[in-house]
Design a protein around this ligand. Structure first.
Ligand SMILES: [Zn+2]
Length: 268
C-alpha cells in the first residue's frame, strides 16, 4: 500500500520533469516561472495596503505585489489549474510580505526584541471552503503559507503554519453584494478549530492569504482569532493585493463574484 502511494508520487515527479512546463506568469516555455515574472512577483518591496473602505478590525496588511498581469496569471495558475510548483515562488513573495509585517509594525518589533526563546511566527492561512478545496484538489493559501514558512526558516526566522481556522458555515456568492453586505455575509463565518487556541498561544500570529480584495475575509479571520483568546494578531500578509479603482475594479468584481463557488477563479 505504502509502495503504491510512493509510486504515484514518483510518477507525478517524472511527469513534471518530462513535460516542459510553461511560465505561470507569461506562458514562456520551459520555466515554472521565468526570471522576469519572478521579479514582478517578489522583486519589489512588500508594501502596506489599506482597502478603501477599510473593514472594521482589519489588522495591518502587507502585500508583495499588485494583483495584475503576470502576478494575476501566476496566482490563478496555482490556484485554479493546479500548477503546484508555483507555490514556491508565491511562498517567497509571501515571506517578503511577512518579513515586512515583522519589521514595520510595533507588535513585530516587540516580538523581535522578546524572541530570545525562539518562539516561531505562526502563519495562519485564511481557509478555503471545503467545496472549493474538493473542486481544486488543494487549498492554495495553505500551500503558499507552507512554502513561505520554509523560506522564512531558510532565512533564520522560526516559522510554522497553523491551519486552525475553519469555515463555520458556507458563505453566499459575493458577486452582487456591496461592501456592507459582504461584511455581513462573512460575519461570524470563521472559527478556530478545537485545540487550535492552545497552538495560537505559541507565537505571534500572522494571517496569510493569496489575494486581498475588500479585506473582508482577513478582517473576519482576525476576528475569529481574537475571539478564541487574547492573541495579538500581528498582521495580515499576502503575496498580492488588488487595486480598488479603475480597470482593476472590473477584475476584482468578476473574480470576487466566484468566491464560495467551487472552481471559480478566486473562490474560497
Ligand atoms: Zn514569465
Amino acid at each position: 500500500m505504502g509502495t503504491v502511494v510512493a509510486m504515484r508520487g514518483w510518477w507525478q515527479d517524472l511527469t513534471d520533469l518530462v513535460l516542459p512546463a510553461e511560465c505561470g506568469g507569461c506562458g514562456r516555455p520551459r520555466a515554472v516561472l521565468c526570471p522576469e515574472c519572478r521579479a514582478v512577483l517578489s522583486g519589489g518591496a512588500a508594501r502596506r495596503v489599506r482597502p478603501v473602505p477599510e473593514p472594521p478590525g482589519l489588522p495591518v496588511v502587507h502585500a508583495a505585489a499588485r494583483y495584475a498581469d503576470e502576478v494575476r496569471a501566476t496566482l490563478l495558475a496555482h490556484k485554479e489549474r493546479g500548477a503546484l510548483a508555483l507555490a514556491g515562488p508565491l511562498g517567497v513573495a509571501l515571506a517578503g510580505a511577512v518579513r515586512a509585517g515583522l519589521h514595520r509594525t510595533r507588535a513585530g518589533g516587540e516580538w523581535a526584541r522578546s524572541n530570545r526563546v525562539g518562539a516561531p511566527v505562526l502563519l495562519v492561512p485564511v481557509p478555503s471552503g471545503r467545496r472549493a478545496v474538493r473542486a481544486r484538489g488543494h487549498d492554495p493559501a495553505r500551500r503558499i503559507a507552507l512554502a513561505a514558512a520554509g523560506e522564512l526558516r531558510r532565512n533564520g526566522i522560526a516559522a510554522r503554519v497553523l491551519g486552525v481556522l475553519r469555515q463555520r458555515r458556507a458563505v453566499a456568492d459575493q458577486a452582487d453584494l456591496d461592501f456592507r453586505q459582504r461584511l455581513e455575509n462573512l460575519a461570524g463565518a470563521l472559527a478556530v478549530a478545537p485545540g487550535g487556541t492552545r497552538l495560537l498561544s505559541e507565537g505571534p500570529v500572522v494571517l496569510v492569504d493569496d489575494v486581498m480584495t475588500t479585506g473582508a475575509s482577513i478582517a473576519e479571520a482576525a476576528r475569529a482569532v481574537r475571539a478564541a483568546g487574547r492573541f495579538r494578531t500581528l498582521s495580515g500578509a499576502r503575496p498580492c493585493t488588488r487595486e480598488r479603482h479603475g480597470k482593476a475594479e472590473r477584475n476584482r468584481t468578476s473574480d470576487q463574484g466566484e468566491r464560495g463557488r467551487p472552481g471559480g477563479p478566486a473562490g474560497r
